[in-house]
Design a protein around this ligand. Sequence first.
Ligand SMILES: Nc1ncnc2c1ncn2[C@@H]1O[C@H](COP(=O)(O)OP(=O)(O)OP(=O)(O)O)[C@@H](O)[C@H]1O
Length: 302
Amino acid sequence: MLTAKHVSKKYGTHTAVDDVSFTLAEGRCIALLGPNGAGKTTILRILSGLLTPTEGEVELENIVNRVDYRKYIGYLPQYPVFYHWMTGREFLIYSGQLAFLSKAEAVKAADDVLKKVNIVKAKNKRIGSYSGGMKQRLGLAQAIIHQPKVLILDEPVSSLDPIGRRDVLTLMEELKKTMTILFSTHILSDADEISDEMLLLHKGRLVESGSMAELRKKYQTATIELEFQDQQDLQYYENKIRNLQLVIDVHVKQDSLSVTAEDINLLRKVLLEKAGEENWPLTGFALNKAALEDMFMKVVKQ
Ligand SMILES: Nc1ncnc2c1ncn2[C@@H]1O[C@H](COP(=O)(O)OP(=O)(O)OP(=O)(O)O)[C@@H](O)[C@H]1O
């Protein structure tokens, strides 16, 4: 649907985005991950048509003309700027007109979208009185008012408190049913929760990408965390587990034992059998789910 082909962006001699290529498939929700300064905002602004790449190009399926192209993209910047003296509804009508809707279309679209983002009650209040979560929902509303094919969101939840964050994630879950979404985030659990695919940028380069299932499989370390009734048991069981042939590593991690092996299914089977046979005083048995974090650390430390 939306393709970046060998896109690079230089600021003077500094290369912020370096030969990045990918395609966003229709109807998918894609997380763009990367540490600070990786080039996420730069690439999102290029995809939105707000910044021209130094090299390469962006193509939206069947759309060649760049003016037309922008009609199909909705963009929420990392720090959206609002006119605080406007009401939410006025701002949306104005945004709709900027997105090439006629006045009448913009009025109708504003009323529809106010319902969708659940700020109908505050629609005639000045934006200056809105909470952070409401402003972010208003920001999302302006990004979708013209029913774009692709919605691009730069750090949509990172400045919000847990309630605002949950509101926006729920809204994104809803929106992803009708449009392709690309969003940047630092919060790995958010990426894990709502995206189907992931792109990982590091120093301007695309260093990893794929579906969440593929990446989870590739990076999931086969680790099981064991908790025991008594802290003093940890040392004893650490020595015992170390002697099992399939175990690659075992160590005490805070108040649990972390056990690693090549094959997590076999490790689970062996540990559960031993625990049953010998009646280990277990209080916790959990499979490590930190695949995304492992991936981030591995790739970014290279
Ligand atoms: N207008 C600019 N002029 C010069 N350098 C810039 C400009 N905009 C960004 N950069 C540099 O380009 C690199 C990528 O910046 P960008 O904002 O795209 O990263 P990011 O991944 O979005 O970071 P963050 O997570 O901190 O928002 C950084 O080194 C940044 O300092």
